[in-house]
Design a protein around this ligand. Sequence first.
Ligand code: DGL
Length: 288
Amino acid sequence: MSIDHRPIAVFDSGLGGLTVVRALRERLPSESLIYFGDTARVPYGSKSAEAVTRFTREIFHFLLRFEPKSIVVACNTASAVAVPELADEFDVPVVGTVEPGAAAAAEAADGGLVAILATEATIASNQYRNAINRCNPRIPVVQKACPLFVPLVEEGREDRDPVVRLAVAEYLEAVRRLRPAVAVLGCTHYPILRGAIAEYLGEGVVLIDTADATSAAVADLLDRAGALSPDGARGRLFCYVSDNTQRFQSLSTRFLGRTITDVVRICPEEFAILQPPEPAHARLRVSV
Ligand code: DGL
């Protein structure tokens, strides 16, 4: 069996993608991860597809400097609007959240209704709906944008917070009446509100955590390619953000379950003038 020591690059519009990092670290503890959070330009969910695709392309170029074995687009919005256009443009396997999340939802639905909960841009792209229909064209799909969930999570609000409960009820009342079999948490931040969403939708609704489904798809891809790191290796996490390292550090605990102590700031304007690191990730600072 071959072994591949290169890191996996993970990208998100901000810090929500740490839910995917968490899932990857649980599933693939031997893998080193390079994380880039575009905290200067978050949120992507209310931006145009054109802007999100441009940002994603820039970040792919930055991440390629680390010679990753794969780029994981943890951001559901970028996965929905940019990955279909960019995946073939780069010579590296790209894993987004949409295909794994849709496949998990189609499997769990067993023909029942699937509710997609995501940002406005993700919903407008129809990518989740299309991907579920490719798995099984007979599965009915309803879509609902829940834009307030992201700022509520970033503000540190918890499942039991009355404002969270109000927002959940406001967005999901019509969805609940349709009695979905499955609800897809199609945004990096939504797993943090899982308790409130599950309670409101009621028992019997299967919640699909796209972070978990994505990490399973990455593990499968690397396994099939013979590109896993050796068992027992200590995977490291190197974090970069485009703004506000302190905020990233203080909120990271919520998403990752542990605090990140060392984060490097790099502005998108600097991407073009940066010299490529050499050799690959070896000179970077360890963050966790
Ligand atoms: N990361 C985004 C997503 O998963 C949510 C935050 C944003 O709007 O940028 O869709």
